[in-house]
Each structure stands twice: as structure tokens, then as C-alpha cells.
Ligand binder design. Structure first.
Ligand SMILES: [Zn+2]
Length: 82
């Protein structure tokens, strides 16, 4: 298999310890990279939401689906809460 990451779970049983460790390291690196990408997109979304919040001519309606004790409002245009 030569350290190639595959979704075929059966193929891993034939590998030796070093091959498995190498693949494990590769997967951990991939996971770290994906987490960084997700974090960047989360930051982007936060910035975009702040801009939308400032620019939208909100139409606040009571959010009946909220599980909080106090009344929550959701804008019918941008779907943000106040
Ligand atoms: Zn709005």
C-alpha cells in the first residue's frame, strides 16, 4: 500500500507497525490542516455576520424556537438574532 491513505479499512490490517505510524502521522497532519481551514472560515463568517448585522434593515420577530428563558428575536431578513 506504500503509505497511501485509503478509505478501505480492510487494507490496513496487512501493514506493519512503521507503515501504520507513517499513515497515522499523515492523517494527523491532514486533520490539523483541515481544522485550520475550518477556523479560518469560521472567522470569515463572524466578520461577514457583523457586517450583515450592521447593514441589514432588520425586521425582528420573536423566535418561538429559542430554548432560552428570555425572549429571543430573529431577523426575518438576515436570520441573525439580537
Ligand atoms: Zn436583519
Amino acid at each position: 500500500m506504500n503509505n497511501i491513505i485509503t478509505n478501505d479499512l480492510n487494507s490496513y490490517s496487512s501493514l506493519d507497525t512503521q507503515e501504520l505510524l507513517d499513515i497515522k502521522n499523515k492523517i494527523n497532519t491532514l486533520i490539523s490542516n483541515y481544522k485550520l481551514i475550518i477556523n479560518n472560515y469560521d472567522n470569515l463568517l463572524n466578520t461577514i455576520n457583523k457586517n450583515i448585522y450592521d447593514k441589514c434593515n432588520h425586521n425582528w420577530i420573536i423566535d418561538h424556537y429559542s430554548i432560552n428563558e428570555h425572549t429571543e428575536y430573529t431577523c426575518s431578513y438576515c436570520n441573525l438574532n439580537k
